[in-house]
Design a protein around this ligand. Structure first.
Ligand SMILES: Cc1cc2nc3c(=O)[nH]c(=O)nc-3n(C[C@H](O)[C@H](O)[C@H](O)COP(=O)(O)OP(=O)(O)OC[C@H]3O[C@@H](n4cnc5c(N)ncnc54)[C@H](O)[C@@H]3O)c2cc1C
Length: 323
């Protein structure tokens, strides 16, 4: 199994997620998670705002199979929206439909999303529907479209690795879109597998939306793409208020500050909460070197042992099943 597949498989493991939540609480994962609660997160946002950086806030959480968990996530996101409004910080919301019950019952999920989007709309706060794996792609697009009939403060993500992203970017050109390479493991019949091909598609989609679409968020840590976009907007006279760069909290901090200093709109994706496990494993799948960024903070001896044992058990399970 390639290293990327290994980490993606780990990211999808519910037992490891629970272990990380239980035993990983004390460590705080401070380098990549902005806080464990709303108060700490607002403080982190204020710091970033001071440096000219806006934020998109993600209440971490995956593996939601119970309605009570989805309701709790909704309540938490409503609290974040109130906190953004009350503190007057420059921030919006990123959410994952699965956290709000997409895998449980569609209408239940819709009602949860509607409450969130309506409150955010009242305060003039944008809500981004993060995109997850392919099974959830069309259901998430449809939910967003339905909500857009009443509330215009919604937008979503286009993942460059999907073959169908050309059609989707055209279809959703009137939405504010974040464009990314794509973080999940998808089969070759629906998604490009080759890195060079994905990078090429990524650039094409960014260019298309910059020229034809509403606001574009270019979400990447890839300096080559960023340099290309800088040139492209210059040559095509695309004003700075039509786009922003986005990066994840804790990654390439110097570059984040530099881009903001150069006068580009910059937005940091700020995850918060205890449920950091799946999020973090996907970051390792993207770039195993990311481990060095957080090793000291995240993996104490105790968490190492627990997660290591659970990972071993998980792998043993896979190998047994293969037999
Ligand atoms: C703000 C944000 C939101 C996202 N939202 C989603 C989403 O909703 N759905 C989804 O599927 N995916 C999402 N992603 C993840 C995305 O799809 C990619 O998996 C992820 O960004 C990795 O690709 P990349 O473009 O950053 O660069 P990569 O392809 O990982 O890296 C390209 C090159 O950039 C350099 N580089 C990259 N990272 C670093 C680093 N930390 N330090 C130094 N050099 C580095 C290296 O030279 C590397 O070879 C999001 C990413 C960001 C930044």
């Amino acid at each position: 199994m390639a290293l990327r597949d290994f980490f993606i498989a780990l990211s999808e493991n519910r037992t490891l997620n629970s272990a990380a939540q239980k035993y990983g609480l004390k460590m705080g994962a401070q380098s990549v998670v902005a806080g464990t609660n709303i108060q700490e997160t607002i403080a982190s946002i204020k710091e970033l705002n001071k440096q000219g950086i806006s934020c998109t806030v993600d209440n971490l959480g995956e593996f939601v199979y119970e309605k009570s968990e989805a309701t709790a996530a909704k309540e938490q996101i409503l609290e974040v929206i109130k906190a953004i409004h009350e503190n007057g910080v420059d921030a919006h919301i990123s959410l994952k439909p699965s956290q709000l019950g997409l895998d449980i019952e569609r209408d239940f999920c819709y009602q949860n999303l509607k409450e969130i989007v309506a409150l955010a709309d009242e305060y003039n706060i944008f809500v981004n529907f993060d995109m997850e794996n392919y099974d959830r792609l069309h259901p998430s697009f449809e939910l967003m479209e339905e909500l857009n009939e009443e509330h215009k403060n919604v937008g979503t993500v286009i993942q460059a690795y999907f073959h169908e992203s050309d059609e989707n970017i055209e279809k959703y050109k009137n939405y504010r879109l974040r464009i990314v390479k794509g973080a999940y493991k998808e089969p070759a019949n629906i998604a490009y597998q080759d890195k060079a091909e994905i990078d090429q598609k990524f650039i094409e989609l960014i260019e298309y939306h910059l020229l034809n679409g509403k606001f574009t968020s270019i979400a990447t840590h890839d300096h080559n793409v960023i340099d290309h976009v800088k040139q492209f907007v210059k040559v095509n006279n695309i004003p700075n208020d039509k786009f922003e760069f986005q990066m994840l909290y804790g990654f390439r901090k110097d570059m984040q500050l530099q881009l903001a200093k150069e006068g580009y709109n910059f937005c940091t994706y700020v995850p918060f909460g205890r449920d950091w496990y799946g999020y973090f494993m996907r970051r390792l799948a993207e770039r195993p070197q990311n481990l060095t960024l957080v090793t000291k903070q995240v993996f104490t001896k105790k968490t190492n042992t627990v997660i290591g044992l659970a990972a071993a058990a998980f792998l043993a399970g896979r190998l047994t099943k293969r037999k």
